[in-house]
Design a protein around this ligand. Structure first.
Ligand code: ZN
Length: 433
């Protein structure tokens, strides 16, 4: 004990220093900032090369800490959650260390990881981003079930093949919706939405949304995840969705929004009749109010009618009750005109109201192929959009208020026939009948 101070003053100083250290320690402890243990066991010179320092910090979630682990030898800074459940923590730590080891063996000089967390019900999703030399190299996700104290895999979370198919289709719809920015090829979209567990294994839940993460640089514009409402992959929609798609048949559904209109709807009906094709019309309650005989004609020709709101309002900007009242008003008008209530809802602009979706028994239907007929108002271009983006199971978005859409329909139907596609209604495609 040579280093102990020999003078009385020195001893007092040492006592003061010890008390001060303890106080600071307790203070940091209260803050949840526990300075920690050294990671490596021995203290020989060789071992020091692998030395890392662990710091345990409070996370925003009760009972869960964040571990910050740092090494200056080959610089890395890791951060990951610890739940106190040994089996859970081992899985997380093993996965994090695997990335660390790959970094140590690589040419990269610096690894910084960051963590973010989101919750939905009993689930907490942790997303760890590993930045090597300031470039995101990988993303790791862990979804923890607080109630059952275990990690949940995508297979456990989604549970059934039918839901996996629905998930794949919903993500595809969302990617198609954003594809003007993303600029992905049809083949890339196929890969990113391939209906396997592996495709969606990096996932998180965030409030009312499900997020799938893709490897860095898979999606352009620095977007690394695609988000869809959880309600769209709800278990209550499980059966018998996709019944029509089970035998590799090439079914597609044509949909016409914003009508009915005196100028265009009769022309559309004519062409559909010539090709003996059934379609779905997402009608506005206000337009049905003006031309109930057109709605009757659509139904009499064997087509299906869906609800597209009363007057093309943005339902996502309303409360659940307001959106429900709007949809109910359109339901009533359509039922008064045709004797039948619409089977499904398509919210204007694809802007959903998740509260409404929980309240309503009518499923929400978006689309997979946007012909952009509303924007280009050009028959050739409307046809080309279908030709370039069509795929089995696709829902094609058109509008029976633009004459150019009526102009394009004959070539679209001829093309689909040549390609072996069969047109069905939405409720047939979704197995709702
Ligand atoms: Zn619309």
């Amino acid at each position: 004990m040579q280093w102990l101070p020999k003078t009385k003053l020195g001893k007092i100083n040492l006592v003061l220093l010890t008390v001060l250290t303890l106080c600071v320690g307790m203070f940091l402890g209260l803050l949840g900032y526990n300075k920690t243990e050294h990671h490596s066991a021995g203290a020989t010179q060789e071992d020091l090369d692998n030395d890392s320092i662990l710091v345990k910090e409070k996370s925003p979630f009760e009972g869960i800490s964040y571990i910050k682990e740092q090494s200056d030898t080959k610089y890395y800074k890791l951060v990951y959650p610890m739940t106190g459940e040994a089996a859970v923590d081992k899985v997380i730590q093993d996965a994090v260390y695997a990335k660390r080891d790959a970094f140590v063996a690589s040419e990269a000089t610096r690894l910084d990881s960051s963590i973010s967390a989101t919750t939905s019900g009993n689930y907490i999703s942790f997303v760890i981003k590993n930045n090597e030399d300031a470039i995101t190299k990988s993303v790791q996700t862990f979804t923890y079930d607080r109630q059952h104290k275990k990690l949940v895999t995508i297979e456990q979370f989604i549970d059934t093949e039918a839901r996996l198919n629905r998930l794949s289709k919903e993500v595809r719809t969302e990617i198609q919706r954003q594809n003007e920015q993303l600029q992905l090829s049809a083949q890339q979209i196929d890969q990113l939405t391939d209906a396997t567990w592996k495709t969606f294994e990096m996932f998180a839940v965030d409030g009312e949304n499900f997020k799938v993460f893709y490897a860095p640089n898979t999606l352009k514009n620095r977007l690394s995840s695609i988000s869809i409402p959880l309600v769209n992959i709800d278990k209550k929609l499980d059966t018998p969705v996709f019944r029509l798609n089970t035998n590799d048949k090439k079914y597609v559904a044509l949909t016409f929004d914003d009508g009915p209109s005196e100028a265009v709807t009769p022309r559309i009906l004519n062409t559909l009749k010539q090709h003996q094709v059934k379609a779905t019309f997402y009608m506005l309650g206000s337009s049905v109010e003006k031309a109930p005989q057109l709605a009757q004609q659509v139904l009499a020709d064997g087509h299906e009618i869906g609800n597209h709101s009363y007057g093309h309002e943005n339902l996502s900007k309303m409360t659940g009750a307001e959106a429900e009242a709007n949809i109910n008003k359109a339901n009533e008008l359509i039922k008064n005109a045709t004797g039948r209530e619409p089977l499904t809802i398509r919210p204007p602009y694809g802007a959903r109201n998740s509260e409404l979706e929980q309240l309503s028994s009518q499923p929400t239907i978006l689309w997979g192929v946007d012909t952009l007929d509303w924007k280009t108002r050009n028959a050739a271009s409307t046809f080309q959009e279908v030709q370039q983006h069509i795929y089995p199971g696709a829902i094609i978005l058109m509008h029976d208020i633009h004459p150019t859409t009526a102009d394009a329909l004959d070539s679209i139907l001829t093309y689909l026939e040549q390609q072996g596609y069969q047109c069905v209604t939405i409720s047939q495609l979704e197995g709702l009948q």
